[in-house]
Design a protein around this ligand. Structure first.
Ligand code: UDP
Ligand code: MN
Length: 303
């Protein structure tokens, strides 16, 4: 005897029912297989990149080099701000965050040297760019610096530094100019003076630093996201650091920056792409012992 099943009021045999089910499963399978494959990445909204259009196609490419350690909140604000700011100018750029991963004191100049070496093949110019300094005035142009390095955060507009030879904060420089001066000194561990030494390198090479005329001033040209207690500057001086770092360094630079590249990471912030380089800087303690300053002895507890 065949078993019969009641399907929506029809009485059909169990074997017929099984055949129909298998047939329907096969047809559904064929239909799903014919659909275009869409992976999870494609399902996400497309990141807003800089526009490679006819207006940027023949332009020189800018690598934004951000020396970095422990400034995550600032980076979250920096990246979307720079995309918005530079897309208005049709600048083809990419952000490289050069993160110091060793346990030596921070060395901004050496990180910039590493960033330059990493990007020199594909980018015609770099911006050495503090992560906490956000340009607000659209008249500050990040175009290719052909005549001389362009100092964006001039002493007339920087919120904190106002001496005429100041070139820190944000500086645009092209590949040839940076190589001509042999990059930056590697002797500056801790905060300060590496930019002043770089100014002397430029001056001695006959490179004139160019600044743009803007009508805004020290209060409204940049946003400087820097609380001096929360982001304490490392001003310690130990061994003969003070004496050595006051002088022009004719020995070190791009050619001898000692490091290991621990990894490159493509990441996005709010869908905007950037590259993080993990860099372990190597310190020769016999040359620059101040890459680590001994902690001052703690005062003894008295009862
Ligand atoms: N910086 C960093 N971590 C540090 C110290 C400095 O990432 O511990 C980077 C960061 O890009 C910062 C830049 O170096 O904007 C300059 O340092 P800082 O802001 O302390 O100098 P300022 O110009 O405010 O005196
Ligand atoms: Mn700062």
């Amino acid at each position: 005897m065949y078993k019969t099943i009641n399907v929506m009021g029809y009485r059909i045999s169990a074997s017929k029912c099984l055949t129909i089910c298998l047939g329907l499963t096969f047809i559904m399978g064929c239909f799903l297989a014919s659909l275009p494959i869409q992976n999870e990445r494609e399902a996400l909204p497309k990141p807003i990149r800089h526009h490679i259009s006819s207006r940027t196609l023949n332009k020189k490419r800018l690598a934004i080099i951000v020396p970095f350690r422990d400034r995550f909140e600032e980076l979250l604000e920096f990246v979307p701000h720079m995309y918005k700011f530079l897309n208005k100018q049709n600048i083809p750029f990419h952000i490289f965050v050069v993160q110091q991963t060793d346990n030596n004191r921070f060395n901004r100049a050496s990180l910039i040297n590493v960033g330059f070496l990493f990007t020199e093949r594909d980018y015609e110019y770099i911006a050495m760019h503090d992560v906490d300094l956000l340009p607000l005035n659209d008249n500050l142009k990040y175009d290719y610096p052909d005549i001389g390095p362009v100092h964006i955060s001039s002493p007339q507009t920087h919120p904190k530094y106002h001496y005429e030879t100041f070139i820190g904060g944000i500086l645009l420089i092209n590949r040839e100019q940076f190589k001509l001066v042999k990059g930056m000194s590697n002797n500056y561990w801790g905060w300060g003076l590496e930019d002043d030494e770089f100014y002397v390198r430029l001056r001695e090479a006959g490179l004139k630093v160019i600044r743009q005329n803007v009508t805004t001033g020290t209060q409204n040209t940049f946003k400087h996201v820097h609380d001096k207690t929360y982001r304490k500057r490392d001003m310690r001086k130990c061994f003969n650091q003070r004496e050595v770092t006051r002088r022009r360094d004719r020995v070190t630079g791009l050619h001898d920056v000692a490091y290991t590249l621990q990894g490159t990471h493509s990441v996005t912030i709010e869908g905007l792409p950037l590259t993080v380089l993990g860099v372990k800087l190597l310190c020769d303690h016999s040359v620059t012992p101040w890459c680590q300053c001994p902690e001052p002895p703690k005062p003894k507890k008295t009862r």
